[in-house]
Ligand binder design. Structure first.
Ligand SMILES: NC(=O)C1=CN([C@@H]2O[C@H](COP(=O)(O)OP(=O)(O)OC[C@H]3O[C@@H](n4cnc5c(N)ncnc54)[C@H](O)[C@@H]3O)[C@@H](O)[C@H]2O)C=CC1
Ligand SMILES: O=C(O)C(=O)COP(=O)(O)O
Length: 595
């Protein structure tokens, strides 16, 4: 990307190979479609309009209602059962990818997309099949559909619990095999037994509620859950040890993460009450499956009911699957008609929103900024990007930027001002003019860190009304030389400061000089000895060469001393014109900056 580019950029939606028209804030999307089970709260970010329809690859079966929404907005390619190689080939032609649990979205997928893939939609909850670090590094948003299948998963958990307790699957197979073994299939009762819910999130809570209805004593373990929320439904939160050592039944509902991987292993099984029964509708990977077979064989665990497996589908000769005390289903937790319709709508809306440049409430790898915050900060977001872009263009050479300090002057308390969006946009403004990377809210912090760019933030607390979120933003770049010496502040940093006036971003300070120019088009900064006639000379020079001046201001230290003239221009002056400006007597230095 050329230095000092004036191209307007977007946060999420732009694809490098698509023409862009403009970048602006839009209100939250209203998408009409079939009745929704749940009203999705939406959070908007910057949007861009792209002239051609985006392409969405749907790699696993998705409910019709969701597909219809997608088809109204994008070209939809439904290609199921792709091999990893086929997925990598196709992805370079897609702006969005929608998957369920059966597709591994690996680093290779993001690399193969060569920057085009802007959003991955996981039509469900668990995102353990998506390489989130790779997505973030590539600036690709990942969204999921976290609520629409909660009840389905909880109901499946209860179905497995009761079916296991009464050996329904085994008895069914026996009758179908022509047998009538009433004494063999004697079950156990649930009432009065203790169920330990491991992971008291959405699904775990619903399982707990239903188990209470069955007369069970329910305890739960979840290091991050609130005890009063559990108590409200008659559930006691206990330690991991207490949960597994006292329960008659254990139901797993935590996500698969590096911390939960194989947490149910030999050691854990050894601590369990002899004869305990286990249900897993979470993820196979939270259980050490070989250890589970050993625990089943030794009788520590008398039965298991499993919907999920480390490898799906499991091997045909899997000892675990074939174990006579194990009941299995092929990852059906979310598979009800209702849940699949809800999930499809939820993910389609999130993906469409993200492609429009909005940020869905279900973003997994980006800060969620509430719509009201975004709308309030909108003009400051533009200001932040432009100040970042201006500051970096003032650096001589451009590549040595390592330390940036951003100061936000506001009458608001620190908790009332969310600066993540502003920081991301300043990062974007600084990095994009000097590199070819695409920076957005998803990858801004990562890219800054990767490039060794340290951004520190400071609050300048002002008196006055907190109605206005910010008075001004100041960007300082330390330890660099400037191609415009007057941009160096009294402490030796490059400093630019801006405010929002009448809803528009303005540059109000350069170095120690007060200026006032609307941040549109391009600007010329000149330092001159303050004397009559200079403004006229430069103005006529530009006018004579068909360069329209849209704004001009002069900030001086004292009358007849040094002054900085800021000229806003609509067109880029030719080299000759810029040279002539430099040769104007009394002009000591000048710089042309693109916004
Ligand atoms: N079988 C299926 O088809 C389905 C499976 N799932 C699985 O169920 C999981 C849970 O889903 P939700 O309840 O919607 O997610 P959730 O995010 O609402 O709940 C997960 C809970 O696990 C807790 N947790 C995290 N680490 C833990 C640990 N070490 N020990 C105990 N608890 C821990 C979290 O604090 C959170 O409260 C998903 O991650 C997904 O893998 C979800 C839906 C369908
Ligand atoms: O939502 C989840 O986490 C699930 O496990 C459901 O998976 P699925 O979309 O049915 O492949």
């Amino acid at each position: 990307m050329a230095a000092a580019s004036s191209t307007k950029k977007l946060m999420l939606a732009a694809s490098p190979n698509k023409p862009r028209l403009s970048s602006k804030l839009v209100p939250p999307a209203t998408i009409r479609g079939p009745p929704r089970r749940r009203k999705t709260k939406r959070f908007a970010v910057l949007a861009t309009f792209i002239t051609s329809k985006p392409t969405v690859l749907v790699a696993e079966k998705l409910g019709e209602a969701g597909l219809d929404l997608l088809k109204n907005f994008a070209n939809v390619d439904c290609s199921y059962n792709l091999s990893p190689e086929e997925l990598c080939t196709k992805i370079s032609l897609c702006d969005a990818l929608i998957v369920r649990s059966g597709t591994k979205v690996t680093r290779e997928v993001f690399e193969s997309s060569a920057g085009r893939l802007k959003v991955v939609g996981r039509a469900g909850v668990g995102i353990d099949n998506v390489d989130l670090s790779a997505a973030t590094e590539h600036g690709c948003l990942v969204v999921n559909a976290p609520t629409a299948n909660t009840i389905a998963a909880a109901e499946h958990g209860i179905a497995l619990l009761t079916a296991m307790a009464r050996k329904i699957a085994q008895a069914d197979a026996s009758v179908k095999a022509g047998k009538w073994q009433r004494n063999k299939y004697v079950g156990v009762s649930l009432v009065g037994k203790t169920l330990a819910v491991m992971g008291f999130g959405k699904v775990g809570t619903e399982v707990a509620r239903r188990a209470k209805g069955l007369g069970m004593n329910v305890i739960a373990h979840d290091p991050y859950a609130q005890a009063d929320r559990a108590r409200a439904i008659g559930v006691e939160l206990v330690s991991f040890e207490e949960a597994i050592s006292t329960a008659d039944f254990i139901s797993l509902h935590m996500p698969l993460t590096p911390a939960t991987s194989k947490m149910f292993n030999d050691e854990a099984f050894f601590k369990m009450k002899k004869g305990v029964r286990i249900v897993n509708v979470a993820r196979g990977g939270v259980v050490d499956e070989e250890a589970l077979v050993r625990a089943l064989d030794s009788g520590i665990i008398s039965q298991a009911a499993l919907d999920v497996f480390t490898e799906e589908p499991p091997a045909k000769d899997s000892k675990l699957v074939l174990h006579e005390n194990v009941t299995v289903t092929p990852h059906l937790g979310a598979s009800t008609t209702e849940a699949q319709e809800g999930v499809a709508i939820e993910i389609a809306e999130a993906v469409i929103g993200a492609l429009k440049g909005e940020l869905a409430a279900t973003a997994v790898n980006a800060p969620m900024v509430p719509a009201e915050v975004i709308s309030e900060l909108a003009p400051f977001v533009t200001l932040a990007e432009k100040l970042g872009g201006l500051a970096v263009q003032l650096v001589a050479g451009g590549s040595g930027v390592k330390s940036v300090k951003v100061s936000y002057a506001s009458a608001r308390g620190p908790d009332d001002l969310d600066t993540r969006l502003l920081r991301a946009m300043i990062t974007k403004g600084i990095i994009e003019p000097i590199s070819s990377v695409f920076v957005n809210l998803v990858n801004a912090d990562f890219i800054a860190k990767q490039r060794g760019l340290r951004i520190t933030e400071e609050r300048i607390v002002l008196d006055g009304s907190p109605e206005n979120p910010l008075e001004f933003i100041q960007v300082q770049i330390a330890n660099v030389e400037s191609k415009f010496g007057s941009a160096i502040s009294d402490i030796g940093d490059i400093r630019v400061e801006g405010r929002v006036k009448d809803g528009k971003p303005h540059l109000t300070k350069v170095g120690s000089f007060g200026v006032d120019v609307s941040l549109e088009g391009s600007i010329i900064l000149c330092r001159q000895v303050d004397q009559p006639g200079i403004i006229g000379k430069v103005g006529s020079l530009l006018g004579d060469n068909n360069v329209n001046v849209n704004f001009m201001s002069v900030g001086r230290i004292a009358p007849q001393k040094q002054a900085v003239m800021t000229i806003g221009v609509d067109e880029e002056p030719s080299r000759e014109v810029l040279k002539k400006i430099g040769e104007t007597p009394a002009i000591e230095e000048f710089v042309f900056l693109k916004l």
